[in-house]
Design a protein around this ligand. Structure first.
Ligand code: SF4
Length: 333
């Protein structure tokens, strides 16, 4: 687990206090102050919180997820031609700290909230699968690799996917850990999707995440262990000299990774829902990536030349791999 995971306070919903999974997590943090609450979401969503202050002293919330468990994928997320595209959140909040992360626009809290009722997700998903195969993205609101010791979610979902070949599961990550690949054995329908950025973007905006070279090492190991691997060059950020930066990135990927063994690559320049962007602008007045003068198009903040950027990126990647393996947002509409 990420070394920054120290929780000053742990809020636990009363109804799950005696659940063995709760007990297991609490046992890892004997020095944390445990507070029983009715609803974890009330703590997570309480008003007048400071995201920046909470990052320095983070709380953990253990809860049961109620209500909707599976959401239809948004049009600005890649569906990879899947006719049925969903995402779900089994944890909210991230131990990494990307400046551009949409969580900063949705939530005021930097806490990590873990939902422990996996069985409810699996029950509902089995119902959804009765209507046919589907693509499910698991980690839009956290990085599950970084918190696997706490949640066990990756192991649980891999087992579920092994028994349900109609399910295509994507676990997106920036993690460099390589000790979890064994649980994807006989799971070709589980896609480990690595978000890769030029090191200059990582240094400037993807705080506390592994370096590019460590992520590439993880990709190589994942391939060597037979995992299905996707690369996500997304979001593309226009740092100074961005074309050269992304050319260098793709050159490096070509030299370091056998790209013929990669399932596919997704590309996409920065985009953010306009209300989230507005909130982020208020909360982070000194962030260059948040304060950039984006244009608003169909309710999303985007670069004014986002179509040209995506086309340029596609052309760049086509030097190295079959074009059928490259997905931009336009392909997914
Ligand atoms: S790794 Fe993903 S979820 Fe975590 S902070 Fe970065 S963008 Fe957000």
């Amino acid at each position: 687990m990420n070394s920054s995971a120290n929780f000053s306070h742990i809020y636990v919903e009363s109804e799950i206090r005696s659940d063995p999974r709760t007990e297991g997590i609490l046992a890892r943090f004997p020095d944390s102050h445990v507070i029983l609450v009715q609803r974890g979401s009330d703590v997570f969503n309480r008003p007048r919180q400071s995201f920046s202050a909470q990052k320095k002293s983070r709380s953990l919330i253990l809860a049961r997820k109620h209500g909707t468990l599976f959401y239809h994928g948004a049009p600005v997320c890649h569906s990879f031609h899947a006719s049925r595209f969903f995402y779900t959140t089994t944890a909210v909040g991230c131990l990494f700290d990307c400046e551009y992360c949409w969580l900063k626009g949705i939530y005021a809290s930097a806490s990590l909230m873990i939902f422990i009722n996996q069985e409810d997700y699996f029950r509902e998903l089995e119902e959804l699968l009765k209507d046919g195969s589907l693509f499910l993205s698991l980690s839009y609101e956290t990085d599950l690799f970084a918190v696997e010791e706490l949640t066990g979610h990756i192991h649980a979902w891999a087992s579920f996917a092994r028994e349900h070949p109609d399910l295509v599961l994507e676990i997106r990550t920036k993690s460099s850990r390589t000790d979890l690949f064994r649980c994807f054995e006989n799971c070709p329908n589980v896609i480990v999707a690595y978000t890769l950025s030029p090191q200059s973007v990582i240094t400037a905006f993807e705080h506390h995440t592994p370096s590019l070279s460590k992520r590439i090492q993880a990709v190589r190991k994942a391939l060597a262990e037979g995992c299905t691997v996707r690369l996500c060059l997304d979001p593309l950020i226009k740092v100074n000299g961005w074309r050269k930066e992304y050319e260098a990135l793709t050159d490096t990927l070509d030299q370091e990774i056998d790209l013929s063994r990669i399932k596919d690559v997704s590309i996409g320049s920065y985009r953010q829902s306009e209300p989230y962007q507005r909130r982020m602008r208020k909360r982070f007045p000194y962030s260059a990536v948040i304060q950039y003068p984006y244009e608003t198009e169909d309710g999303y903040c985007v670069y004014s030349d986002h179509r040209e950027i995506d086309q340029w990126m596609r052309g760049l990647l086509e030097r190295y791999m079959e074009k059928e393996k490259i997905f931009s947002l336009e392909d997914c509409e």
